[in-house]
Design a protein around this ligand. Structure first.
Ligand SMILES: [Zn+2]
Length: 235
């Protein structure tokens, strides 16, 4: 990748950091954002101790996928192990966003996973709750990777926040926002329905996956069938 391309990717990461703040998915210096430099072992990541609104292309850090600092004047994010472990385990992931967004975090604290309540593929794949682990540790990184599995696009980190992944940093941010919208919708529905809500049936989820999974999730047909089999086995 050329210097110009790295510069452009840094601008995109800084922009998403700023958007995470504007959407109030974090407060203080919480949360972190990163992007894989395509076709390399390098990751551009937020510096530690910075507010999201203060992140600019110039204060971002480059580390390798094992967390070694390659470029930058500050300490990389305290959750760097979580980011690098995901990049090492999921070749399809090009961007990661970690936030402390209120509604999704609240559902995790209540032990209530985000349900497939609206038409959409990401909630059908599921956003599992990863049981509480101390932040900034390799243990949390391993637990998050386990929760993400092969295809999932987000997890709730119990008593902490969420982790969203995507093909690039914008895609990961979209999923973080989407998780918040879903959690908020589910929360309001549960209040309105006094805890009783209608989720999509297994049959309806299967239909969604079969019709749109390959096109919108980029998952091969045979893998879609595997996911469906697992879903039916759980029923
Ligand atoms: Zn955090």
């Amino acid at each position: 990748m050329s210097k110009k391309e790295i510069k452009e990717l840094k601008q995109r990461v800084a922009r998403i950091c700023n958007l995470v703040w504007e959407n109030r998915l974090v407060t203080a210096t919480g949360g972190n954002v990163s992007a894989r430099v395509p076709n390399t072992n390098y990751v551009i990541i937020k510096p530690s101790g910075f507010h999201m609104y203060d992140v600019t292309p110039d204060n971002l850090i480059i580390v390798d996928v094992y967390g070694k600092i390659v470029e930058g004047n500050f300490k990389p994010s305290s959750e760097t192990p979580m980011h690098t472990t995901v990049y090492r385990n999921r070749q399809d992931v090009g961007g990661i966003v970690h936030t402390h967004q209120a509604y999704a975090t609240a559902l995790g604290i209540a032990n209530m996973p985000i349900q497939p309540i609206v038409i959409g593929l990401k909630p059908v794949l599921g956003f599992p709750i990863v049981p509480y682990v101390l932040g900034g540790t390799q243990e949390l990184a391993d637990a998050a990777v386990k929760g993400l599995g092969k295809h999932r696009l987000g997890v709730i980190l119990q008593n902490h926040g969420i982790l969203a992944v995507g093909s690039d940093v914008e895609d990961a941010f979209e999923t973080a926002l989407y998780m918040e919208e879903l959690a908020k919708t589910q929360f309001i529905a549960m209040l309105a329905g006094k805890g009783k809500i209608r989720t999509l049936t297994t049959e309806e989820q299967k239909e969604l996956l079969e019709k749109y999974g390959e096109e919108y999730l980029g998952i091969e047909k045979s893998e879609i069938q595997n996911i469906i089999r697992k879903m039916e086995a759980k029923e």
